[in-house]
Design a protein around this ligand. Structure first.
Ligand SMILES: NC(=O)C1=CN([C@@H]2O[C@H](COP(=O)(O)OP(=O)(O)OC[C@H]3O[C@@H](n4cnc5c(N)ncnc54)[C@H](OP(=O)(O)O)[C@@H]3O)[C@@H](O)[C@H]2O)C=CC1
Ligand SMILES: CC(=O)[C@@H](O)[C@H](O)COP(=O)(O)O
Ligand SMILES: [Mn+2]
Length: 381
């Protein structure tokens, strides 16, 4: 039995993780769960799974939970998530919170020698060197939940990494893939949230539309698979059937395919190196799909992808700035304070204003993250 500490339980990945736990009670138990403020979504999960610990973002949410009759332990904030991530009775930490707020819990889980199933890609973008360093020191493998990275993990399985020529990440193109840049001037939040293939949280859906999601995934792949940026390629693949590929020195290419359903990579991260049946997801029917499309990425059309490669190549705190500026800019867009195209403008300004610090420690990363958010807000004021 694996006892799970689930961070981000009320989100898209969090709820799908509880689907997996529910289907396999003989394998998994929800020992603890953390969420932000969505009590309405949290309460049915708490009532169903009765976790020993619940973590909430703020003290007022704790009071609401108590009023609703929850009698278990309630922790608050990032410190509370850290407690869960390092708790002696937790076997597996599923980090599915949105944003760099997940970093300290990822690091804590690794230091505490937990199995780490990571959806929270911002952790690796903001501080990949710290995370991978800690993983190496503690001999912890980080199991990716992100669909592309789960695919690459499977494509590399049993192979020698030195034989891999390149990683090929696939990108759906996002909500605006068929629009020209000039058509993006007046797009709305609602338009941006209309992803063609995946149902996901708001922030990542906007990231997918700006192509920053793929940029973050390039950096995520760099750290997870120790692959230089020149050997990570992105291609547009509108069907999201091939989740990613690895090309080897002998020109063999291994791809992983599946229906776009995040429960597949979530479950694989929880059961690795074994597999379990997953009846609730549809079988991939290639005859029904008929044709798969592949297109070259247009870096002028999607400047966020260019910015991510550039920041990744500089390294140090440059990717911390990329991530924090993106989180702040997307929040402003979702809040109706800036236009869609202003997202990339603000990120580029923040990157241009920053002199990267090499090999930053956690304190420096957290400081740069906070300063970047303030800087981006000041651009809008
Ligand atoms: N959704 C997907 O299909 C995929 C997601 N990912 C990655 O997984 C992560 C989660 O994405 P997704 O599930 O879509 O996001 P959602 O926005 O749906 O969920 C985010 C979760 O994080 C919680 N949360 C947010 N801020 C805080 C905070 N400060 N403290 C505690 N909890 C917080 C939210 O709580 P609440 O809502 O209660 O406030 C919610 O439970 C992201 O890093 C994303 O990039 C990767 C691949 C696919
Ligand atoms: C499901 C998943 O892993 C997302 O990160 C997905 O990749 C988003 O799709 P695109 O970024 O390719 O539009
Ligand atoms: Mn992905």
């Amino acid at each position: 039995m694996k006892r799970i500490g689930l961070l981000g339980a009320t989100g898209s990945i969090g709820v799908q993780t509880t689907d997996i736990i529910r289907k396999h009670p003989e394998q998994f138990a929800l020992f603890a769960m953390a969420f932000g403020r969505n009590v309405e979504k949290a309460l049915p999960l708490i009532n169903e799974f009765n976790p020993e610990i619940v973590v909430v973002q703020d003290p007022d949410v704790k009071e609401t939970l108590k009023r609703q009759g929850y009698q278990g332990l309630i922790y608050v904030g990032t410190e509370g998530m850290y407690e869960v991530a390092t708790h002696p009775e937790v076997d597996v930490v599923v980090n599915a919170v949105m944003g760099s707020v997940g970093l300290s819990s990822t690091l804590g889980a690794i230091e505490a020698n937990k199995q780490v199933a990571l959806a929270n890609k911002e952790t690796l973008v903001t501080a990949g060197h710290l995370v991978m360093d800690a993983a190496k020191r503690n001999n912890v493998s980080i199991l990716p939940i992100d669909s592309e990275h789960s695919a690459i993990h499977q494509c590399l399985n049993g192979e020698s990494k030195k034989d891999a020529n390149k990683i090929i990440l696939t990108a759906s193109g996002g909500s605006f893939r068929d629009k020209k840049r000039e058509e993006l001037e007046n797009v709305t939040v609602e338009d941006a949230l209309n992803h063609p293939n995946w149902s996901m949280g708001a922030k990542i859906t906007v990231d997918s539309a700006t192509m920053m999601n793929k940029g973050l995934e390039v950096i995520e792949a760099h750290w997870l698979f120790d692959m230089p940026y020149d050997q990570i390629e992105v291609i547009q693949h509108r069907e999201s059937v091939i989740h990613s590929m690895v090309e080897y020195v002998d020109k063999n290419v291994i791809a992983q395919l599946g229906t776009p359903d995040m429960r597949v990579p979530i479950q694989y991260a929880l059961t690795y190196p074994n597999r379990l049946e997953l009846n609730q997801t549809k079988t991939l029917n290639l005859v029904d799909i008929g044709t798969l499309h592949f297109e070259e990425m247009d870096f002028a059309r999607f400047p966020c992808l260019r910015l991510a490669y550039e920041a990744g190549r500089v390294g140090g705190t440059m990717t911390t700035v990329l991530n924090a500026a993106n989180e702040q800019a997307v929040a402003l867009f979702l809040n109706g304070e800036i236009s869609f195209l202003t997202i990339e403008t603000l990120i580029e300004r923040a990157l241009e204003a920053h002199d990267a610090i090499e090999h930053p420690n956690l304190e420096t990363i957290q400081r740069v993250d906070e300063e970047t958010r303030e800087l981006v807000k000041s651009y809008v004021k």
